[in-house]
Design a protein. Sequence first.
Length: 167
Amino acid sequence: MRSSCSRGPISTARTGTEDYFNTAFCPTQHGKGVVFCENPTAEYFQEVQIRLRTTIEPNSCTGYEIFFRALKSDEAYAEIVRWDGAIGKWASLARHVGIDYGVGDGDVIEATIEGHVLKGFINGKEVITATDDVYANGCPGVGFNFGCGDTGPEHGFSHFEVDTYAD
């Protein structure tokens, strides 16, 4: 039976934004990005985020987010959260703090969801995992923390891609 979801690698460089958001993505999702970070600071929460099975509508966001602080110190962290609709309504599924969980310029972060298992990776090493069964579909994508003062242009991804597959 042929799946009606988009399979294989997808890059926003290859697909227009409108086409991307009108795509039906498969439930098994993998996002991978190369971190861009200049002037990391403990003053703000500069984060790079990969979203999985996400649906964003006016005043609502649902799905999963795996993110890393763009800082390599004891104040660094990796976290997996589930967004549950209204702005600011989310639940932490897993969080780790310490130097091993921060990222810097050139690091590669990855996030996957297969079945109910979410995993986060830094440079190919699994560093965080959680299990949740609330959301079965949605779009993969990226996010950045708004609580970063005027440092927004100083962190993000220099490259990002996703793969989606039917279970």
